[in-house]
Design a protein around this ligand. Structure first.
Ligand SMILES: CC(C)(COP(=O)(O)OP(=O)(O)OC[C@H]1O[C@@H](n2cnc3c(N)ncnc32)[C@H](O)[C@@H]1OP(=O)(O)O)[C@@H](O)C(=O)NCCC(=O)NCCS
Length: 188
């Protein structure tokens, strides 16, 4: 799978995360409102470096990745979206540990998104999520894609439902019991 996997939607370009996107990570992960339902606290310098490095490792792999969402018209970076292995027991994602040949194994692949606050409320997360789900089912061997949210993250739950994902109750992820969503491939 190419490491330059790009997608277009009506308003967005999705392209793999690159080293020069570290400023976006900083903007996202040092905003208390953005991290409220993620880590609950803003990242320090070490955590930012770890996050950037992990994003780079994964985005280079292509098929499952971290993508940057870019406004077609202005070129502004609006946030990131992912298709990545969902950590179950760990509190931090072990993104480096995935065997790319095991995409159709027992590993749960999750879809996710983090937008800059200035980009909230415009339907961008739903647009990106829908496109990644389409990619997952049309271009990879995945038969299902998962998502979890914090209990209070109503906006994210709404995004998942608008993207066609179904509530499947509470499951364990990120070493917590979290509201979980799943979409299963049609005729798959
Ligand atoms: C969650 C997040 C991605 C949503 O992005 P977005 O681009 O604003 O989402 P969309 O505009 O596509 O859809 C949001 C929906 O939630 C609704 N919504 C927003 N805030 C809400 C709230 N507090 N309660 C209920 N619904 C809410 C919106 O009205 C909209 O639904 P609608 O289209 O039916 O009106 C964004 O707020 C974000 O990046 N938050 C920080 C990171 C994060 O929590 N990521 C998700 C981790 S699981």
């Amino acid at each position: 799978m190419s490491s330059t996997l790009r997608f277009e939607t009506q308003r967005l370009l999705l392209r793999p995360y690159e080293e020069y996107d570290s400023g976006l990570t900083r903007e996202q992960m040092t905003d208390p409102d953005v991290v409220k339902y993620l880590t609950g606290k803003i990242f320090d310098e070490n955590e930012l470096t770890e996050r950037v490095n992990a994003s780079l490792v994964r985005s280079l792999c292509g098929a499952i990745s971290v993508w940057v969402l870019i406004d077609h018209e202005t070129g502004e970076k609006l946030g990131t979206s992912i298709l990545l292995p969902m950590p179950i027991e760990e509190t931090k994602p072990t993104w480096q540990d995935l065997d790319l040949n095991s995409l159709d194994s027992e590993i749960k692949i999750e879809v996710g998104y983090i937008l800059k606050k200035s980009a909230w409320g415009k339907g961008y997360a739903t647009e990106a999520c829908t496109r990644l789900l389409q990619f997952a089912f049309e271009k990879t061997k995945l038969k299902e894609v998962w998502a979890v949210t914090d209990d209070g993250n109503a906006a994210s739950q709404r995004v998942l439902r608008k993207s066609g994902m179904k509530d499947v109750g509470i499951t364990k992820a990120y070493n917590e019991n979290l509201p979980t969503f799943k979409l299963t491939k049609k005729n798959g």
